[in-house]
Ligand binder design. Structure first.
Ligand code: ADP
Ligand code: MG
Length: 366
């Protein structure tokens, strides 16, 4: 078992990289602690598979180091790294039985047959493959094949870490949910470091204690689902986490006020001061739809907004609003009044985020 450290790691697939965009992994540092259940979450193409393949040794990074428990492992081939990896599509031996497929990683490291049997039966039980053990893998359904592939990743309990690269993509939704729970159970039982790659925030937050959000080749935030929700460190995290994502307004300070376009915002002094002293003109105010206060009548400090439409989602609605020239979304619970044409908005100071050049910055709260 191991703590995995990535030190000044960068990777490009191009022979002569020139700009940051030429890098699949932009220089980054990161630590996966021993025993953690982690998710690596980000959109397609952001570098998730590249990062996993560098950790497992399938890919040699252009620069930087990978360390297991403080030892640099860059020179070690995948077999010597003692890592199990489960891929998006099944990697199994078609001509072998399910049993032999599951036994393979154990026999490979000369595990005594009695122990092989014990582990294969255990993993088959967890994945509900017991009835298929004698069947040839080629006769299985796509779902079953992927379960065998996952089983091969889970069968050794002496690995340093298990890396899952979007393993449930080919699995049907109902089974997906069940397998995710199983994985969590397995993690709790064996306390093996697990890194689970996905582009689905729900999948990430049901599996992981901590999520690394990746964007354009970098981990832009590493935190609990709650931290990602409450204090996104980067506008991308605000936008990507939550449903719908965070609202962002371009802002500037003018004549002692904070403006979005030509509309003056009612916000605290601390925000004004932070906006006024920012050295960039790329300044955004972020607020989640859950925290936009929507009033049907004028209130003190309420900013008048137009109600465009409301989407009733049962226990709550999403209201689409226009403030000045900015579109905003607000979530309204069923016991609240949903305004129809005009609304008055307030942005509670405690739930506002200020972003300069896309990263969150501090400001003095009221
Ligand atoms: P993800 O797994 O998050 O979808 P990848 O790590 O597969 O992202 O890809 C990151 C970037 O690297 C993408 O721009 C992708 O096109 C590029 N890339 C991935 N694999 C290769 C490769 N073998 N050769 C060249 N470019 C690649
Ligand atoms: Mg991928």
């Amino acid at each position: 078992m191991a703590e995995i450290t990535l030190r000044s790691l960068a990777h490009t697939y191009l022979p002569n990289p020139r700009t940051p965009e030429d890098y699949a992994i932009r220089e980054m540092n990161h630590v996966w602690h021993q025993g953690g259940a982690y998710a690596l979450l980000g959109p397609s193409g952001c570098g998730k598979s590249t990062l996993l393949n560098i950790i497992s040794g399938l890919l040699e990074p252009s620069s930087g180091e990978v360390l297991f428990d403080g030892e640099v492992v860059n020179a070690l081939p995948p077999e010597a790294r003692n890592i199990a990896q489960v891929f998006q599509f099944p990697v199994i031996y078609d001509t072998m039985t399910v049993y032999d497929n599951l036994a393979f990683p154990l026999r490979n490291v000369k595990t005594p047959e009695a122990r092989v049997h014990e582990r294969v039966m255990e993993v088959a039980d967890v994945l509900e493959l017991t009835a298929q053990l004698k069947r040839k893998a080629k006769n299985l359904t796509a779902d079953e094949k992927q379960k065998v592939s996952m089983g091969r990743g889970l069968v050794r309990d002496d690995v340093s870490a298990i890396l899952f690269d979007e393993p449930l993509t080919v699995i049907d939704p109902q089974l997906k949910w069940k397998l995710r729970r199983k994985l969590k159970e397995i993690h709790q039982r064996f306390q093996i470091t697990m890194v689970y790659v996905t582009h689905d925030q729900l999948e990430a937050s049901t599996f992981a204690d901590k999520i690394a959000v990746m964007y354009e080749g970098q981990v832009v935030q590493f935190g609990t689902p709650r931290e990602l929700f409450e204090a996104p460190n980067h506008t991308f995290v605000g936008y990507f986490i939550g449903s719908p994502g965070m609202n962002f307004l371009d802002v500037m300070a003018r004549d002692g006020s904070v403006m979005t376009g030509d509309t003056e915002l009612t916000v605290g002094r601390g925000i004004h001061d932070a906006v006024a002293r920012a050295s960039s003109s790329n300044i955004k105010l972020g607020i989640r739809p859950e925290f936009v206060e929507v009033h049907a009548e004028p209130v003190e400090g309420g900013m008048p907004a137009r109600v465009d439409h409301a989407q009733d989602l049962g226990t709550y609605s999403i209201v689409y609003l226009t403030l000045g020239s900015v579109s905003l979304k607000a979530r309204i619970e069923e016991d609240q009044v949903t305004p129809t044409e005009q609304a008055w908005l307030r942005f509670p100071d405690a739930h506002l985020g200020l972003y300069v050049d896309e990263y969150r910055v501090e400001f003095d709260h009221e």
